[in-house]
Write a new protein. Structure first.
Length: 229
């Protein structure tokens, strides 16, 4: 009888996470937008894993802000057009071997439209159904015990504003996203996927009122809005 599992050594362990298009502001006031999928959320915080040689983390560290644009499966073409582009000039050495090229007009090349944000200078991507304005809260490098020391960083950002296309909201509930309507673009082992329609199984966690997870950062974002008026 064969074993139920085997030991393997995949080069990457990207089992599947939503794609995020991060928009930032360059030194000259132009905009950069880049796809990534090493992201997860806790309340109104998001943790991003980024290669430090890229333009996005450099802009994020310099300006302290960004916008997290979430594409649906309908925007996969735009995401794919950004796949091997970089806003860094010259192209970082680790990206040359992967055949990246420098592109200063990434919004235009992707076919995306920058639109003004409300709390940060970085633009939102009009075509993305979900857009989250964010500020940098903390960051640190990872892999200090390996040959990749100084190459990867973890960035914690705090969400200040959430913009959602109205058709994604639950009927009669203005502050809840309907997961049956939201179709995120998923990256799994370098390939694009979408979610199958409907729930896989009724969720016990789904019986808990979503409001019980509400973060104090929501009130903090509201206070920031009042100060801006």
């Amino acid at each position: 009888m064969s074993a139920s599992h085997v030991s393997v050594e995949p080069a990457i362990l990207y089992f599947g996470t939503p794609v995020v298009l991060i928009s930032t502001t360059n030194e000259d006031g132009t905009f950069n937008i880049a796809p990534m999928s090493s992201a997860f959320w806790l309340g109104w915080r998001c943790v991003l894993g980024l290669g430090l040689s890229s333009k996005t983390p450099q802009n994020l560290l310099r300006t302290g802000e960004c916008v997290l644009n979430l594409p649906s499966v309908a925007e996969v073409g735009a995401v794919n057009r950004l796949a091997r582009l970089t806003g860094s000039n010259p192209v970082p050495q680790n990206k040359i071997s992967r055949e990246y090229r420098y592109e200063p007009k990434k919004f235009e090349t992707a076919g995306l439209t920058p639109m003004p944000s409300e709390t940060v200078a970085a633009p939102r991507a009009l075509e993305c159904p979900v857009q989250m304005e964010a500020v940098l809260a903390a960051h640190h490098e990872i892999g200090a015990d390996s040959a990749r020391k100084g190459m990867i960083g973890i960035f914690e950002v705090r969400i200040q504003r959430v913009h959602v296309r109205p058709d994604l909201l639950m009927d009669g509930m203005p502050n809840r996203i309907d997961p049956d309507k939201w179709r995120p673009l998923i990256m799994s082992f370098q390939e694009f996927y979408g979610l199958a329609p409907g729930k896989a199984h009724p969720s016990t966690l789904g019986q808990i009122a979503e409001a019980l997870y509400r973060s104090p950062d929501v009130d903090r974002a509201r206070e920031a809005s009042r100060r801006e008026v």
